[in-house]
Design a protein around this ligand. Structure first.
Ligand SMILES: [Zn+2]
Length: 350
């Protein structure tokens, strides 16, 4: 096989005009001889690259460290077998590379948006824009991770009583997903809502409550967080990029994400909003809303044991207490005495 040889057009990089050139390979270099230029340009073969391919099969070549551009025809191009940088041919990006680029692009876009809008408002908008199915899937995984290792309380009569109360409260809202309440056998006074309508009550909260209206108040408060998408907004604020990655890839370290829900407290604004919504929910359901203020008054007075965790994630304040006091009103009991007894025994399942 003879060494590649042909003709092309050479742009020297200084003048706009193309110069006809004779091209051949000699001593591992492309020799470009042109009537208008002497001596001939010598481009080392390993420094050659294709910068553009044209529809007629010709291509534009360049060489690292050399001035100018050379247009060669398809035959000469094939004979030279040069790696391609034109992006139209050559090795395809692997799926992993594409993902990395997508992540970098997403991170850059997020960083720009962050600079432009500020993170919390943007996170809120993202949280409100994600589909209900995503919120439900995320909430299910988060809840599963948070209750894993804990015994679930499922005594049937207690479960039925809690379900009736939950349905009565949730019926006052228009949610894009069902509300699922679980009780875990844990002595801490705690409750949390996860995205997608998942709520977890701890045994300690039911045991510490002085009346079914107090439980209804806390449940309505958590429903208030759900209705305002607070759990998703909190997760978006603290781990928005990871969540964005989850939207793209569908997997994530759920333990880390889940722990945010039980370690970060909501802002005072979120708490006030959840309180206001809770009172609205209770009153529409005809339930005595004073249970909410009773519960917080007893927590603040240190009359409920093991309540530190709840206080840390749902900080109370004098202003907040006063705002609740101003809105609550008497109403019907949240549960019958029989249902209340059953709910208090919800962890007595074997
Ligand atoms: Zn709260």
């Amino acid at each position: 096989m003879s060494a590649p040889r042909g003709v092309g057009r050479f742009f020297d990089g200084r003048t706009a005009a193309a110069m006809p050139a004779d091209i051949h390979v000699e001593a591992e270099a492309l020799v470009i001889a042109s009537d208008y230029r002497a001596p001939p340009a010598r481009w080392p073969l390993q420094s050659l690259r294709v910068t553009d391919r044209r529809p007629d099969g010709s291509a534009v070549l360049a060489a690292h460290g050399e001035e100018g551009r050379l247009v060669v025809d398809a035959a000469l191009l094939a004979a030279l077998a040069i790696p391609d940088e034109s992006g139209r041919a050559g090795p395809r990006l692997s799926a992993a590379q594409l993902r990395r680029y997508a992540l970098v692009a997403a991170a850059l876009a997020a960083a720009l948006a962050l600079l432009w809008l500020g993170w919390p408002p943007l996170a809120d908008r993202l949280a409100l824009a994600v589909p209900a199915s995503f919120a439900e899937s995320l909430g299910g995984q988060v809840t599963e991770s948070l209750v894993s290792g804990k015994r679930l309380c499922t005594q049937p009569a207690g479960t039925a009583a809690l379900q009736r109360l939950t349905d009565r409260l949730a019926a006052q809202l228009t949610l894009p997903h069902p509300v699922r309440v679980q009780v875990v056998d844990d002595p801490l006074v705690n409750a949390f809502a996860a995205p997608g309508g998942y709520i977890v009550l701890f045994r300690g909260l039911i045991a510490g409550a002085g009346s079914p209206e107090e439980v209804a108040g806390v449940l309505a408060h958590e429903l208030g967080h759900v209705a305002a998408s607070h759990p998703l907004r909190l997760l978006m604020r603290y781990s928005g990029l990871s969540l964005a990655a989850m939207l793209i890839w569908g997997d994530l370290n759920m333990t880390t994400i889940a722990s945010l829900l039980v370690t970060f407290s909501y802002s005072r604004g979120f708490e006030n909003e959840a309180d206001a919504r809770a009172i609205e929910i209770l009153q529409r359901a005809g339930i005595d809303s004073r249970g909410l203020s009773h519960f917080f008054a007893r927590v603040d007075a240190g009359r409920i044991e093991n309540a530190l965790r709840y206080i840390s994630t749902h900080p109370t304040s004098l202003d907040r207490r006063a705002a609740i006091e101003a809105l609550v009103r008497p109403g019907a009991p949240a549960l019958t005495p029989g249902e209340w007894t059953a709910l208090r025994g919800i962890c007595q399942n074997s």
